[in-house]
Write a protein that binds this ligand. Structure first.
Ligand code: OFO
Length: 184
């Protein structure tokens, strides 16, 4: 008996996204290695933690496909791409990767809607929310670096930024949790 509860098209699309999340993880690992090599221990720690989050996302896709009776495929991953030239470029690239990934998640949501696959649509809403958090987090990196002086930041402000990012929580606060007493 065929127990698969995903269309073949959806199974393939989710499997591709599992690999995309894995690639995201490797991109952040490569940026973390670059940052560590440049002497930014706190920033590399932040990026390594983020790499782990992306790997967790990949596992969520893997497990969902399996739960729905499908079979994910591990693809060969492309090179994570060139390393950043400086911190401004690094944070701009982090933001770009997140926005690109949001577009991919939205494409999957669109497919779930077209297929009336409400279970997958529901599963994907976790990722829609997660991408809001991750884009907010990436924007905050750009803002923090801007306040520190951007590409004219002094060694002292970069030292402080590096320390701050070591302690920055992995999740950004969401507007839906804001109140008058606690505007976040
Ligand atoms: Fe997987 O969330 Fe970022 O990309």
């Amino acid at each position: 008996m065929n127990t698969k509860r995903l269309s073949s098209k959806m199974e393939k699309a989710l499997s591709q996204q599992m690999n995309v999340e894995d690639l995201q993880s490797r991109v952040y690992l490569s940026y973390g290695i670059w940052a560590s090599d440049e002497g930014y221990g706190g920033i590399s720690n932040f990026l390594f933690r983020h790499a782990q989050e992306e790997r967790n996302h990949s596992i969520k896709f893997m497990q969902y496909i399996l739960n729905r009776g499908g079979k994910p495929t591990i693809d060969a991953l492309p090179n994570p791409g060139p390393e950043p030239k400086n911190l401004v470029e690094c944070f701009d690239l982090v933001f770009k990767h997140e926005v690109d990934n949001t577009t991919k998640i939205y494409t999957l949501v669109d497919l779930a809607l077209q297929e009336k696959d409400w279970a997958t649509w529901n599963f994907l809403q976790w990722f829609v929310k997660e991408q809001i958090e991750e884009e907010t987090l990436a924007m905050s990196l750009i803002d923090k670096l801007k306040i520190a002086g951007g590409d004219r930041a002094t060694d002292e402000s970069l030292f402080n930024l590096d320390k701050t990012l070591e302690e920055t929580p992995d999740d950004a606060p969401l507007a839906r949790d804001a109140t008058g007493e606690n505007p976040l």
